[in-house]
Design a protein around this ligand. Structure first.
Ligand SMILES: [Zn+2]
Length: 125
């Protein structure tokens, strides 16, 4: 399953970041940008994340997924268009095949919400 592997590499990236921090922060939310053309199902990704982060440093973290649409650019007509995923990957005006994807293939961490141990101490006092 596509999403399981993606979640594994996502967790690995988060772990590397987490271990590099001077104080291990507590991560509350991970904002992810997922392009429509990655074929990632947000619900499956949510599920995989939930299962794989159980009892780890990401146990209390939630995943926020923001999807970006598929946008391609036609050099013939010099305009952007939205190909219909699974139906047609060509320019609606001149029918040239989609060759320049401007958006929709990204899968990246947008930002991480977290608190550091010292911030938590301050909040308590
Ligand atoms: Zn065109």
């Amino acid at each position: 399953m596509h999403e399981v592997d993606m979640t594994k590499s996502l967790i690995l990236t988060l772990r590397n970041w987490w271990e590099e921090q001077p104080e291990q922060p507590s991560i509350s939310c991970v904002h992810l940008i997922v392009g429509r053309f990655t074929c990632v199902e947000p619900a499956s990704l949510q599920f995989a994340f939930e299962v794989q982060t159980r009892n780890t440093f990401l146990d209390s973290a939630t995943l926020q997924i923001q999807e970006t649409p598929l946008i391609a650019y036609c050099h013939q007509c010099q305009h952007e268009y939205h190909p219909e995923i699974g139906i047609q990957y060509a320019c609606p005006t001149c029918r040239s095949p989609m060759d320049d994807i401007r958006s929709g293939r990204e899968l990246k961490i947008d930002r991480i919400e977290y608190t550091t141990p010292s911030e938590q101490l301050e909040a308590r006092s």
